[in-house]
Design a protein around this ligand. Sequence first.
Ligand code: SF4
Length: 293
Amino acid sequence: MADQKKRLDSNVVGDFYVDGTCINCDTCRQLAPTSFEEVGDFSAVTRQPADERQMHQAYQALLACPVGSIGTEHSDTSRMKEAMASYPLHLEGGVSYCGFNSEKSFGANSFFIEHPDGNWLVDSPRYLTHLVEAFERKGGIAYIFLTHKDDVADAERYAARFGAKRIIHRADFDAAPDAEWVIEEADSIQVMPQFQVIPVPGHTAGSMALLYKEQFLFTGDHLWWDSRQQMLRAPSQLVWRKRVLLDSIQKLLDYRFEWVLAGHGDRTRLPVDEMRVQLRALVERRQPSKVPS
Ligand code: SF4
């Protein structure tokens, strides 16, 4: 719950504000980019929502904030309910963004895939009755794909509730030592029709991407979209091995996909050819002779 007494001076005057407990995770800026911006070491409301759409987005951001740093001077219950009901937020083809990012994963995004042979959760949101009921209505969760060790959050509770199998790579196994399915391979594996697990070590030794339908690539912290610069990015800090990371980025050139759905950073959808151009450009920028980006 945000505290008006801790309201940051960087907020503009008006109903919505960010308080000093913000961990600068970027979630609000992804969900409501017209209202929230990074100012110094925190997010702030730099433009109050001015129409219905922006208001809805601001309430979605308030609910998704992992540490409850976003507040309103006058809460609108019906708008709050509408924002709540919008989660999981459908993106395309049965793939949704869960919302309710968890502080345990530093506010990482998580996603839900509806599939006739069993639904998938990709990384974990906060364990919340609203989401549990929503997943239940959609047929539960059969698999929980953990992109890497940092974004496990409440996966264990969701697995216990739905009898789901957690999938993690052996190299990141310490984050979920009782996971039901451990990936040992270094090469990609088709774990079932339409689902391909692609080990992408670099950020961590056990980072993995999940390719679904050759359309959606779930990337954890391996790759994300920078909407301000309009380019793909990969981590420059908190990297286990830089050379390995570059190989893992390059490896993705062998696959076709339209969506990049990241743990941290923006998501995007581009035509397959354009995505490949963006990926090539990233590989080029990350060559050892170039300045890291
Ligand atoms: S979502 Fe919350 S913690 Fe994350 S940047 Fe926004 S205000 Fe800060």
